[in-house]
Design a protein around this ligand. Structure first.
Ligand SMILES: O=P(O)(O)OC[C@H]1O[C@H](OP(=O)(O)OP(=O)(O)O)[C@H](O)[C@@H]1O
Ligand code: HPA
Ligand SMILES: [Mg+2]
Length: 165
């Protein structure tokens, strides 16, 4: 959830699909790719859309969790990249890493270290983490919290005037 004072950027399924397709279009000039590595869980959705558009059928996942410990953030790998995909990269295969967004860049930095030659793509990027990403579609300010459609429900919205409807 976001903090008080943060701006909100709610994204619908339709918008997320369009933005992920736009990412796929942009990646056509970078590929072709031999495999996608999706960063779970948020990266699974754009990875599926990009894989469909670019006809990529080898899809791997990586799970990392970041911890804040005395102002230092450490990353724990919950599910590593398979040896098959690491071997593919070692043998010159072109790997695309996909996530929904980059915020501080900690997640991206950790996964990049696992696959140094890979292309890193996200749908959204915040300024702190932008340099960790090779390709993205929309930049949002650091003080904005992005709400993804899988984290939301349809609820009542009060009128802009503040009155009751
Ligand atoms: O740039 P960072 O500051 O590292 O933040 C970005 C990461 O945070 C979110 O994942 P999260 O770890 O919340 O898990 P989830 O994908 O399962 O929601 C998001 O999906 C990115 O993977
Ligand atoms: O803005 C965000 N939205 C959702 N998840 C996130 N994880 C880090 N930043 C964000
Ligand atoms: Mg994530």
């Amino acid at each position: 959830m976001n903090n008080p004072g943060q701006k909100s950027f709610p994204v619908s399924w339709d918008q997320f699909h369009r933005d992920s397709r736009a990412l796929a279009w942009r990646l056509t000039s970078v590929g072709p790719f031999d495999a996608i590595v999706a960063i779970t869980r948020g990266g699974l959705v754009p990875a599926a859309i990009v894989a469909r558009e670019l006809n990529i059928r080898t899809i791997e996942s990586v799970a990392v969790k970041s911890y804040d410990h005395q102002a230092q953030s450490a990353i724990k790998v919950l599910k590593p990249i398979s040896q098959q995909v690491l071997d593919l990269a070692q043998g010159g295969g072109k790997i695309l890493i996909v996530d929904d967004l980059v915020d501080t860049g900690a997640t991206a930095r950790a996964v990049r270290e696992m696959l140094p030659g890979a292309h890193f793509a996200t749908v959204y990027a915040k300024p702190k983490g932008r340099e960790m990403v090779d390709t993205f579609i929309t930049e949002v300010s650091q003080d904005t919290w992005i709400f993804f459609p899988w984290d939301m429900d349809v609820t009542y919205a009060a009128p802009i005037s503040g009155g009751t409807d």
